[in-house]
Write a protein that binds this ligand. Structure first.
Ligand SMILES: [Zn+2]
Length: 134
C-alpha cells in the first residue's frame, strides 16, 4: 500500500500566510515591549504584564491593547497550522493490479491502477470503470 500526501496548493499558501501574519503580529508585540522589559531581571513576567497593560498605536488614532494583538496573532498562527495540517489530501494507492468492470457490458479486466475514465477493452466505450477488487 503506497500512501501519497498531496498538499492542496491554495490551502498550503493560505496556511503559510496565516502563520506569517500571526508570527508578524507576535513579533510586533515583542518588538514594542522589548525596550521596556529588557532592563528588568525577570523578563517573562514583565513581558506578560506589559502586554496586558500597554496599548499599541496601529494607525494614527487607532490604538489596540497589546494583549488583543497578541491574542489575534496567536489565533492566526493556530489557524495557519490548522490549515497546513488539514489542507493535505492523503491518497491511498493499492500496490497490486486491480480489477475494473465496465458498467455497460459487465466485462472486467485487470489494470495497474484505478482510473476515473477508461476505454472498455470489450465494448470500446469510454466509460467510468467500477473497481471490483484491489
Ligand atoms: Zn464494456
Amino acid at each position: 500500500m503506497r500512501v501519497i500526501v498531496r498538499r492542496k496548493l491554495s490551502g498550503h499558501v493560505v496556511g503559510v500566510i496565516l502563520c506569517l501574519v500571526g508570527l508578524f503580529l507576535l513579533f510586533m508585540v515583542f518588538w514594542r515591549a522589548w525596550p521596556n522589559i529588557s532592563a528588568s531581571s525577570n523578563v517573562l513576567p514583565s513581558l506578560w504584564s506589559y502586554i496586558l497593560t500597554e496599548q499599541a498605536t496601529l494607525v494614527s488614532g487607532v490604538t489596540l491593547k497589546l494583549s488583543y494583538l497578541c491574542f489575534v496573532g496567536a489565533i492566526f498562527v493556530f489557524a495557519g497550522v490548522f490549515v497546513l495540517v488539514f489542507g493535505r489530501q492523503i491518497v491511498y494507492l493499492s500496490g497490486g493490479p486491480i480489477v475494473l468492470q465496465c458498467p455497460y457490458c459487465r466485462n472486467s479486466w485487470k489494470a495497474r491502477r484505478a482510473m476515473g475514465w477508461a476505454e472498455c477493452p470489450h465494448c470500446r466505450k469510454f466509460i467510468h470503470p467500477q473497481v471490483m477488487k484491489t
